[in-house]
Design a protein around this ligand. Structure first.
Ligand code: NIG
Ligand code: FE
Length: 412
């Protein structure tokens, strides 16, 4: 048995453990302990709170008066993919729209080509670099989607890489089958969607996926098509997610709530009626403001309205090679604060407990019994991280009680 004490914590952030995501006003509640301490035994938290003399340790880590929080959770990424699309940046600057690029066979379909061409090892090596960067930025739980294969062989390849990442790194991963992510050139929507729906029944896809997801958008899949897919997915035993109302107000959020989806993601164009309905549903709004930023749009998801009306909100990177090319969740925390007008406490809950609930995992808290996944930040308090943006504030990232990343020399 080995005991580690993290002492001299200036601010210890303890999001509230609950059987469901925090909603409405609860999102602005965060227990902040000044002069705190965390005690870890064999990789698990056995105490977190005010400093006490009740414990003796084999090892001490001095937090030097800094901020300590649970490790971050990124509940929406497309981390496994081939290639990159930097040429789209110039197109975007010329005013070519995201859906126009897709319609011309670029965008997601460009990444599908690159992902098909890449071997399992190549995809694993590429995604490993992003996962390492995520860990370095304080993230120890990641959701990862398929959706760049669009056929059995390549969807499976992506899901297998996603599982291999979990073997390779000290992280928790959740895996999502996103077969209906785009319609290949020359294929009919209906017929292609049926093919992707049939794959829900494939034993390997089933075994490797926690969630089934779909891109409900103009030129991709309609609400009616998405409903059919979601019903089939539920029937086959999947939990549901949806890319909803990202660009056009099709009503994907309403569909998510109707179908009891665990999360509805994007929601920039969601209707007022659907946003209000979040309050009485268990569906979590996973907002991806880095995507709005990167698509160069001015209208952001209405986080304020969703929270003020009693909904549950989480934040994620949506890391992917087209619409949001960052694996730095700290950056998203700043955009959440500045553009979504979320308070720092709401932002922290959105990237810890609520993000964990959005992917049905019990991460994001630091209570006795939890795995000791936490971050010592080069920051004096929780407000500092979203405030000072575009740089990495993680000082020590601790996974199961072990320091897995350390960034020296940045003491404030
Ligand atoms: O969440 N919107 C659909 N899928 C991703 C983008 C994927 C891509 O552009 O490669 C998203 O934004
Ligand atoms: Fe996405």
């Amino acid at each position: 048995m080995s005991t580690t004490i993290i002492k001299n914590i200036g601010e210890l952030v303890l999001p509230k453990k609950s059987t469901r995501a925090l909603k409405g006003k609860e999102m602005d509640e965060l227990l902040i302990v000044k002069d705190g301490m965390v005690v870890i035994e064999d990789g698990k938290v056995i105490y977190s709170g005010e400093k006490t003399d009740d414990y003796t340790a084999d090892q001490e880590i001095d937090a030097e008066g800094k901020l300590v929080t649970p490790a971050l959770v990124d509940p929406h990424t497309h981390v496994v993919h081939g290639g990159s699309r930097e040429h789209e940046l110039a197109l975007k600057i010329q005013g070519v729209d995201y859906l126009e690029i897709l319609e011309q066979g670029g965008g997601i379909l460009n990444t599908v080509e690159a992902t098909k061409k890449a071997s399992f090892d190549e995809l694993l090596e590429k995604a490993s670099k992003n996962i390492i960067r995520m860990i370095q930025h304080g993230v120890l739980t990641v959701e990862s989607k398929s959706g760049y294969g669009l056929d059995l062989e390549n969807e499976l390849k992506q899901l297998k890489v996603s599982h291999a990442l979990e073997e390779k790194f000290p992280i928790t991963m959740k895996h999502t089958y996103l077969g209906p992510h785009a319609v290949p050139k020359g294929r009919e929507n209906e017929e292609f969607l049926q093919e992707m729906t049939d794959l829900l029944q494939n034993d390997e896809i089933k075994k490797l996926s926690d969630f089934a997801d779909i891109f409900t958008e103009t030129g991709v899949f309609s609400v009616e098509e998405s409903r059919r897919y979601m019903e089939a997915a539920k029937e086959a035993g999947y939990d549901l997610k949806i890319h909803a109302d990202e660009i056009d107000p099709l009503g994907g959020l309403g569909l998510a709530i109707e179908q009891g989806a665990v999360s509805a993601d994007h929601l920039v164009a969601a209707s007022d009626k659907d946003k209000k309905a979040l309050k009485d549903s268990d569906t979590i709004a996973v907002l991806l403001p880095g995507t709005t930023f990167y698509l160069g749009k001015d209208d952001y998801a209405d986080a304020r309205g969703m929270i003020d009306n009693g909904g549950a909100v989480a934040l994620a990177t949506d890391f992917n090679p087209g619409s949001c090319v960052t694996d730095n969740l700290q950056m998203i925390m700043t955009i959440g604060a500045i553009k979504l007008r979320m308070t720092p406490k709401e932002v922290w809950n959105a990237v810890t407990v609520n993000a964990a609930h959005a992917i049905k995992t019990d991460r994001g808290t630091l209570d006795a019994g939890d795995d000791a996944n936490l971050v010592i930040w080069n920051a004096p308090n929780h407000e500092y991280v979203p405030y000072h943006y575009g740089v990495n504030h993680a000082s020590k990232v601790i996974a199961n009680g072990q320091v897995v990343f350390e960034q020296p020399g940045l003491n404030l």
